[in-house]
Design a protein around this ligand. Sequence first.
Ligand code: NDP
Length: 434
Amino acid sequence: KNRNQGEKEFLQAAREIFDSLRPVFLKHPEYIHNGILERITEPDRVITFRVAWEDDTGKVQVNRGFRVQFNNSLGPYKGGIRFHPTVNSSIMKFLAFEQTFKNALTGQPIGAGKGGSDFNPKGKSEREIMRFTQSFITELSKYIGPDMDVPAGDIGVGKREIGYMFGQYNRLKGGYEAGVFTGKDPNHGGSLGRKEATGYGTVYFVEEMLNAENDTFEGKKVVVSGSGNVAIYAMEKAIELGAVVLACSDSSGYIYDPQGIDVETVKQLKEFDSKRIQEYIKTHPNAVYHDGCTDIWSVACDIALPCATQNEMEKEDALLLIENGVKAVGEGANMPCTEEAILAFQAKGVLFAPAKAANAGGVAVSAMEMSQNSMRLSWTVEEVDEKLKQVMKNIYTSCYSAAESYGHPGNLVIGANIAGFLKVADAMVAHGIH
Ligand code: NDP
C-alpha cells in the first residue's frame, strides 16, 4: 500500500484480487513461499514521458504519456492506449493489472500492458490529433514491437489514431511491422470483427450465464450505459438475440426509447458524426433525453450492461436495479461497478459477469489479429466471430469451474480472478524468481 500511495483505482483492483485468492492460498501455500502475490502486483516497468506537440494556433502543448508493461509471462505485453484527461498512473496501473488476468483468461499467448495520455481529443482538429499522436508514438516506439509489446485502442483511440501511430512507427523503424499494433483498419492489416468483438463478446458471455439458468436474451429489457465502441456492439448483439434495448448514454446524459433503441441511429451519431446522444430524439420523437448519465440505472430492466467507464455504477444504482427486478449484469467496461455494487448484486442472487471475463472478447480478437498478421492472411468475419464465441464460452467455463473447485459455486468474480491468476502464477513460477 505504501508503495502505491494515492493510487485509488489500482488499490481497489488489487484488493478485489487479493480477497478472491484466499481459497487458493489455503489450498496451495507454495504460492505464498514463491512471493507470487508481491510479484504479480508489481508491474515489470512503468514508462512515463513528455509529449510535446504544436496546436493549430502554433502554441506548444505538453501532455504526459504512459505505458505500463505489467506482465509478460504468457506473451508480449498487450493492452490498449487511452487518450482521456483523467488518465494518470493509478488508472494506467489498474487497467494493466486487470489486463494481466483478462488476457490469461482468453487462453491466448499474450502478456499484459496498458498505456495512454491525459490528452483530451475532444474539440481537437484532425491535424492536432495527428501531431499529438505522432509525438506520443515517437517516444513510445522505443519500448514496443511485435514480440515485445503490442498496443491497441481504448477510450479516445480508434482506428484513425492507430493508423497514425502505425504510420509513424514504421517511418521511424524504416520497415513494415504489421504486428506492432492491433485495432488497425481491416483494409490495412486489421482483423475483421475486431470493432464488434468487445460488445459482442460481453453479450456472448452473459448469454452463457443465462443459458446455465435455462434462460436467454429473447424478450429481455436491456439497459446499456455508454454509446461508444463497446456499448454500440453490445446493443447490436443483444437486439440480434431478441432483446429490446431501452436506454443508452454518453457522458452528458441518457436516452430512453420505449420502442427500443435504434442502434443504427446511435452508430451514425457517435461513430460517424461525433454528435451527442441527445441528438437521437430529433429523429425519434418517442424517445426522451435526460440530463446526467448516472440516472440511467433508474430505468427498469432485466439485464444491465455497463459499457462506459470505471466506477460508473455505485451501490445505490445497484439497489435501484435490484428493486426494479434486474436478473443479470454484465460488465462491458473495465471495473464499471464499485465493490459495494457487486456485493449488493451477489447478495440478491443477481447473475454477475465481471469485466475481466466478460469484456475479454476485444483482446481475444486482437490476439487473432496478431496471428493473422504473422501468417500474412485474413480470416473472414464469420471465422473470427465463430472463434470469438468459442473463446467466450471457454472463459465462462473456466471461471465457473474455478469458482466451484475453490468453494464459491456461481461466483464468477472469484472464478475469473482465480482462473486468471493460476495461469499467470504458474508461468511465473516456471520462469524462476525475477
Ligand atoms: P469509447 O470512447 O468508444 O466510448 C466510451 C463511451 O462512454 C462514450 O459514449 C462516452 O461518452 C461514454 N462515457 C464516458 N464516461 C461516461 C460516464 N461517466 N457515464 C456514461 N457514459 C460515459 O470507449 P470504449 O467503448 O472503447 O470503452 C468503454 C469501456 O470499455 C472502457 O472502460 C474501456 O477500457 C473498456 N474496454 C474497451 C475495449 C474495446 O475493445 N474498446 C476492450 C475492453 C474494455 P462521450 O461520448 O460523452 O465521451
